[in-house]
Ligand binder design. Sequence first.
Ligand code: ADP
Length: 342
Amino acid sequence: MKRSADRNKGDVPDVIFDTNSGVSYKKGKLLGKGGFARCYEFKDQRTQITFAGKVVMRASLKPKYEDKLRTEIKIHKSLSHPNVVRVYNVFHDSDAYYILMEKCSCLTLSEWNRNRRGLTEPEVRFIMRQLIASVQYIHSKGIIHRDLKTGNVMLDSEMTVKVGDFGLAAQLHSDDERRFTMCGTPNYIAPEIIATRMSQYKGSQKKVPLVGAEMTPKTFFHGVGASLPQGVTMETLIRGHGYAADVWCIGVIMFVMLYGRVPFESTNIKEIYKRIMRLDFMFPSSTEAPVGDEAKDLIRCLLKINPADRPSLKAVLAHPWFKQWTPDRLHRRYLKEPPEWA
Ligand code: ADP
């Protein structure tokens, strides 16, 4: 759930009680804060097992968001995969909803990236293999995540990759079903999501709200639309989004983990959207980041502007970049310092 932080009011009690199972959980340290949620350690007082508990205060939720939270819980609870954060128990009391999940005790990819600013290719392959396995599984269940980004990919104590935060996920009823809502995080949003949103307002004089910015249809269709990459037509981008939107995000994550920054960087969100639509990104020079040609080729394949041109995740794993060495496991010290092979 992504909403403003000040709505996350109210004290979380030191002990919470699940009336269904009769289990109480003791609150520990704060693990992180999201838009609506706060995440604490919670220890099962019977088994002493520690979970990560996402707490959403009911007072902070408008009825519409309560429905969204229920969808998030339903989708997340239905998933069971080694690379997806596991939900173990969900309950509520009069004050809050509690979602008890497996605890990912290392960092998010975003924090890891902040520490190291560009990882080595074998480390990124290690992450990508597990991230792709996770997303293949999620898609096999008919679910699009729609908010894949470094901040939503965590590492547990064994450095196993775990995808979390299903707050924007959507359940499809057939593989070719398309969704039409504007959602995601600006740096990671796929072009078809932006274009579809704008097409819903084509001809209007008003500014169209996008996530974190606004744009007039005129600027979009006559400005941005006129500078689409060669061979791409707006027609192909205004038909909604499906699984391929997650494939785009995987491309952005790969770029970020190799280069330590996002591909469509700008302090101005509208400018980010314009750059995404123009596919306006460049690979930093090899003196800045020594990344090989096969990695760059794979990023170009993932960041195809037309969703129909993006590869399937199976095809991604067959790319020559994945034929190169991948470590079986990574040491936790690499969270802070480069590995020996760097
Ligand atoms: P929101 O949906 O409000 O964005 P998130 O699900 O992203 O909330 O959780 C907020 C923060 O809590 C995350 O950025 C992360 O730091 C922490 N967190 C979430 N889930 C876990 C987990 N399973 N283990 C450890 N920390 C977690």
